[in-house]
Design a protein around this ligand. Structure first.
Ligand SMILES: Cc1ncc(COP(=O)(O)O)c(C=O)c1O
Length: 397
């Protein structure tokens, strides 16, 4: 083999903590509330599985259009109008991708030039920074601060300069469950416009907002429709994370720029799955409109149990994640941090969680004692997890 090395952006990355924790969970037979995927019992409607099957049997199984099948692009234009009030031309303003992961990659590769700066909030979804770097651009990180995950407007303002091309806003937010307020989005919108920049909106959890809160898309704010793309995922909207059907919607020039990258990343997405998602968006509204109320019930139940055990539950307004501070469960002089805590809990307590520091590229800026629970699990599994935690922490006290 040649002695020459490979790409350093990707080659330098460690195996993700999600993978490591899931492997540890499997080795110790622990209940995995770490990796964010719904239990089979909570999967999307059977009618969509049937639609995918029927489409495979009766429709063409050859390359679908590069930008996506017309029925899904039309369904997404209707969906945008219904939930954000923003009309879309389905022919030029919608691109179907292989999940939101590819949507993000296509957007970053298609929109960014070497030397551009991209403002991102930490904690953040782990794919952003490597792809931004691979596009030759420079990520500029602004902190969201626990417990309410707010940002400092002055810190955000200093992150912007003449080189800023893009800001990435993930709301509802993984891992915190924060839903950005209209006022926060207004602050972001005015900076984007002042610096003649763009926004990439990771809104994969748009339907996972708890009753009483509102998902506001930055794209709906004055002056932002022509500067923002929205990214969504059938994996989240229908709890079908294996299907990997995602999308980019927004102004035609931005969507076309992402499409230019998409054509050489995956080119297209399985047609039968696209058709089934189109059907789901139109006919299974009750499924995705029910996600917020269902997850709020699970969250409230689990939060009460965790509080009784000694965790401090942080506020959240959406998603199927719940973050907690475990400081109260440690002996007074303990120096234990989140990664060690999660390993110990997996091997000794039989429960696997994710350390929140995993969502920071620069671990030195991360909170040290926060862990993320995934709540898109059956009530029985959450109950079993709570029983394990109660048994483990009562033994130790
Ligand atoms: C914030 C965020 N963005 C994007 C994705 C990727 O979504 P997909 O599975 O559709 O690629 C995820 C998945 O966990 C996510 O949490």
């Amino acid at each position: 083999m040649s002695s020459r090395g490979f790409n350093s952006t990707f080659g330098g990355l460690p195996t993700t903590i999600f993978e490591l924790m899931s492997q540890l969970a499997a080795r110790h037979g622990s209940i995995n509330l770490g990796q964010g995927f719904p239990d089979n019992e909570l999967e999307g409607p059977a009618s969509m599985k049937e639609a995918a099957y029927q489409s495979m049997l009766h429709d063409s199984n050859q390359y679908p259009p590069m930008v996506g099948v017309p029925e899904l692009r039309q369904a997404l234009a209707e969906h945008s109008e219904r939930y954000t009030g923003l009309p879309l031309d389905w022919q030029s303003q919608v691109l179907i991708t292989s999940g939101a992961t590819e949507a993000l990659a296509a957007a970053f590769l298609g929109l960014l030039e070497p030397g551009d700066e991209v403002v991102v909030f930490a904690p953040l979804y782990d794919s952003y920074i490597p792809i931004i770097r691979r596009a030759g651009a420079v990520p500029v990180v602004v902190q969201l601060r626990a417990p309410d995950w707010s940002f400092d407007a002055a810190e955000l303002a200093t992150a912007f300069n003449a080189k800023t091309k893009l800001i990435v806003v993930n709301t509802p937010h993984n891992p915190s469950g924060k839903v950005f307020s209209r006022a926060e989005l207004e602050t972001i919108a005015s900076l984007v416009q002042e610096h003649d920049a763009y926004a990439a909106l990771d809104e994969v959890y748009e339907h996972l907002v708890y009753p009483g809160y509102e998902h506001v898309s930055l794209r709906t704010l004055p002056g932002m429709a022509e500067r923002s793309i929205r990214i969504g995922s059938a994996g989240k909207t229908f709890s079908f994370t294996a299907w990997k059907v995602g999308w980019v919607t927004g102004p035609a020039p931005m969507v076309q720029a992402a499409a230019k990258a998409h054509q050489f990343l995956t080119f297209t997405v399985p047609a039968a799955l696209q058709r089934a998602v189109a059907r789901g968006l139109r006919e299974e509204r009750s499924f995705y409109e029910g996600l917020g109320p269902m997850f709020l019930k699970k969250r409230e139940w689990l939060a009460a149990k965790l509080t009784a055990i000694g965790f401090k539950v942080l506020p959240g307004q959406g998603t199927y994640f719940l973050t907690t501070d475990f400081s109260g469960l440690l002996p007074e002089n303990s120096t234990e941090e989140d990664v060690e805590f999660c390993s110990r809990l997996t091997t000794e307590g039989g429960i696997t969680l994710i350390p929140v520091s995993a969502f920071y590229e620069d671990r030195t800026t991360a909170p040290k004692r926060l862990v993320r629970f995934v709540i898109c699990k059956t009530d029985a599994k959450l109950q079993a997890a709570v029983e394990k935690l109660e048994a483990y922490f009562s033994k130790r006290s």
